[in-house]
Design a protein around this ligand. Structure first.
Ligand code: GRF
Length: 217
């Protein structure tokens, strides 16, 4: 049975599109039941509408305070009865209550080789630091921002020709393969959280599973 999945996004939604594409061609056995956003103008919401998927934006500015906004957001999310949450460029930090509610059932993709470079502007920071490697990480969402159990990474070598734009394009191309792949592990019941670690096929992951760029593209 397809895993009921809600996607949370704030922006372009290229990862969301990749997920939809893989689901549409039968490579990914999930049903995307909703796309939710904090930003009404998020391009990802239009992608959902184009695909006939319920899309909703709840802007925080329309609520009295952060707490009532999150209550409304969580309530809307629950109304779709998702089994899994896929955060794909969602630019808000989930409150502890939501992290706990979806513990072991919420994934995020982050554009760095975590635990290196949590937070924003990873491409610029990686280039400025002269790093040899960059990439993306899929991890479980927990109360610790960008620090939940690591599942899988896409890794690529930074070249002398790379600038922020090229690095972003290369990382995102990898993300578009990596994220659906990890979601399929969830759909197959192969991926879970055991204690504070991710586990694949019943074995705790002491480190993330790493795919090189050339293996993914
Ligand atoms: C991705 O690069 C992801 O790693 C980060 O936000 C970006 C979202 O891009 N969390 P898009 O909206 O999927 O195009």
């Amino acid at each position: 049975m397809s895993l009921r999945t809600a996607v949370l996004l704030s922006g372009t939604g290229s990862n969301f599109q990749a997920i939809l594409g893989q689901a549409a061609c039968g490579n990914l056995e999930i049903e995307v039941v909703a796309a939710l956003s904090d930003r009404p103008g998020a391009q990802g919401l239009q992608r959902a509408r184009d695909a006939g998927i319920p899309a909703a934006a709840l802007p925080p500015s329309e609520y009295q305070d952060r707490r009532s906004w999150w209550e409304a957001f969580a309530g809307r999310l629950r109304s779709f009865s998702p089994q899994v949450l896929a955060l794909a460029g969602f630019m808000r930090i989930l409150p502890a209550s939501l992290c706990d509610e979806y513990r072991g059932r919420a994934l995020n993709i982050h554009p760095s080789l975590l635990p290196g470079y949590p937070g924003l502007n990873t491409y610029r920071r990686v280039l400025e630091a002269g790093e040899a490697w960059h990439g993306a990480t899929v991890h479980f969402v927990t109360r610790d921002l960008d620090s939940g159990p690591l599942v899988a990474q896409a890794r690529l070598r930074v070249t002398a020709r790379d600038d922020e734009a090229s690095l972003k394009a290369r990382v995102q191309a990898c993300e578009h393969v990596l994220y659906p792949r990890v979601l399929q592990w969830m759909a197959d019941g192969r991926l879970e959280m055991v204690g504070s670690r991710a586990a694949l096929d019943g074995r705790e992951l002491l480190k993330p599973i790493v795919f090189e760029e050339k293996e993914l593209l």
